[in-house]
Each structure stands twice: as structure tokens, then as C-alpha cells.
Design a protein around this ligand. Structure first.
Ligand code: FMN
Length: 245
């Protein structure tokens, strides 16, 4: 396997870090490299906020549900979908304000997400550890307030970065045959596929180095979508100027 495929396969979220800071020049280089991600119509509709202020880190760790790694990571970046520059261009070119189209929301969200995944992988390639923090969407209005986010910007997730002080096990993914459909969608084997993966994940959860549990993928997944409905998201996004039509 070449080093990129190896890095992709070796990914694991890191939530424990040493005290070692990340060199500014390295962080800038990682961000610049991540910008090489593809961008829908080349709109580059994202920004990131580097949160260094300790109080603000503390607030975000708390609102994310007490995730202490938000405070302890060397860096905490909030990845935002950002259509402000796109709207500026549109107005300047005499084409008017953005209207909150769902398609623009999708483009900005995917742009930001591809950038973020590139950033995570780049960081891992130089020996850093990382974890995304969707927990900030527990209270996106407070995050927007703390970070002074204008209209047409919304925080998608945070990203903790730091030098790893733990090496958790790699989580086995769904088999390729389960996610790859040939020519048309095949829903016939959903139940048996999930059952087989449940057995694999149950064995993994029972045998991994830390945080062992007697559970499987179905239980975890069903509980996760129940717990994280975040009913406030639609009205928050609409307030920020997204998803109006
Ligand atoms: C969009 C997104 C949001 C996430 N939010 C959190 C989070 O708030 N806290 C956390 O500890 N992990 C978070 N994660 C990490 C996932 O739990 C993790 O990627 C998943 O369990 C697979 O484990 P692995 O990354 O170690 O392979 C998030 C991942 C993604 C992609």
C-alpha cells in the first residue's frame, strides 16, 4: 500500500494529547495543503476559526457535552460553511443577494467537509492526532455568538489537533461489498449485512484495548440517531440565511 492509502486505512480519532504545541508554520502548511481539496464550482465556501482563547475553549467543551479534549488539544479549529464571499461576488456582479437555496447549502457543506477531511489526513501524516467535534452543534447559536459568525456562515464541526498521547485501536469499517452497489442499488441484503457487521463490531468492542463494551453497531447507531436529533438545527440554519428554499 502506498503511504496515502496506508494513512487513510490507519485513521483513528485521537482524544488524548501531549502538551507539545503545534508549530504555527506547520499548521499553516497543513491548512494550505488541505485547500487542495476539490470545491463545488470552485466556490471555496468555507472558513475555519482557530480558537485559542481558553474561556472560549472551555465554553465549547462544555456545550459539546463535556468533551475535555476540546480544551486539552494543542489546537481547536471550528470548521464553517461560509457563503459570505460567494454572496459578495454575486452582489458585486449585479446578481443580487443569495436566497438560501438548499443546493448552495449542500455545496458549502461538502466543500468545507472535504477540506476538513484533507486537513485531518494531512495532520495525521505528520504525526498529529485529530478528532472532529460535531458536539458543537448541541448549541450552534452559542458557538456563532462566541465566534462572531455573520449571516451565511455556520459551524459544521470542530477539529481538535495535537500530538497523540494514546493509540486506540482502529475501528473496522463496513465491508466494501456492503457499501458498493453495482449498476443499481441493491437493498436485498441489508438485514444480513448489518447482522454480520454487528458480530464483527461486537467482537471488536469486547476485545479493544480501552473503553470495552458489550454492544454492537446496530445498538450504537440506533441510539446515536435518537440521542442526536438536534431539532434546533433547521431554525438555526435558517437564521444564518441557509435552507430557505
Ligand atoms: C462529523 C463528525 C463529528 C464527530 N463528532 C465527534 C464528537 O463530537 N466527539 C467525539 O469524540 N468524536 C466525534 N467524532 C468522531 C467519531 O466518533 C469517529 O470518527 C467514529 O467513532 C469512528 O472512529 P475513528 O474516527 O476512531 O475511526 C465525529 C466524527 C465526525 C465525522
Amino acid at each position: 500500500m502506498n503511504p496515502i492509502l496506508q494513512a487513510q486505512t490507519n485513521h483513528k480519532s485521537i482524544r488524548q494529547y501531549t502538551q507539545q504545541p503545534i508549530d504555527d508554520a506547520l499548521l499553516k502548511q497543513l491548512i494550505q495543503a488541505a485547500q487542495g481539496a476539490a470545491s463545488s464550482s470552485f466556490i471555496q465556501a468555507y472558513s475555519l476559526i482557530q480558537v485559542s482563547n481558553k474561556d472560549n475553549r472551555q465554553k465549547m467543551a462544555a456545550l459539546a457535552g463535556g468533551q475535555k479534549w476540546v480544551e486539552s488539544a494543542a489546537e481547536f479549529l471550528v470548521i464553517c460553511a461560509d457563503l459570505t464571499r460567494v454572496e459578495h461576488c454575486s452582489i458585486e456582479q449585479g446578481l443580487g443577494e443569495l436566497e438560501g437555496n438548499t443546493e448552495h447549502f449542500i455545496a458549502a457543506t461538502t466543500d468545507a467537509t472535504f477540506f476538513a477531511q484533507n486537513l485531518m489526513l494531512g495532520a495525521e501524516s505528520v504525526g498529529l492526532g485529530a478528532v472532529f467535534i460535531g458536539g458543537i452543534r448541541n448549541d450552534p447559536a452559542q458557538v456563532a455568538d462566541i465566534l462572531n459568525l455573520p449571516k451565511h456562515v455556520y459551524p459544521i464541526f470542530g477539529l481538535c489537533l495535537g500530538y497523540p498521547d494514546a493509540q486506540p485501536d482502529i475501528k473496522p469499517r463496513l465491508p466494501v461489498d456492503v457499501i458498493l452497489h453495482k449498476d443499481s442499488y441493491d437493498s436485498r441484503r441489508c438485514a444480513e449485512n448489518v447482522k454480520a457487521y454487528d458480530a464483527q463490531m461486537q467482537a471488536y468492542y469486547q476485545s479493544r484495548g480501552d473503553n470495552q463494551k458489550t454492544s454492537n453497531w446496530s445498538e450504537q447507531t440506533a441510539a446515536a440517531v435518537q440521542k442526536k436529533k438536534r431539532e434546533h438545527m433547521l431554525s438555526f440554519l435558517q437564521q444564518q440565511g441557509f435552507l430557505k428554499r
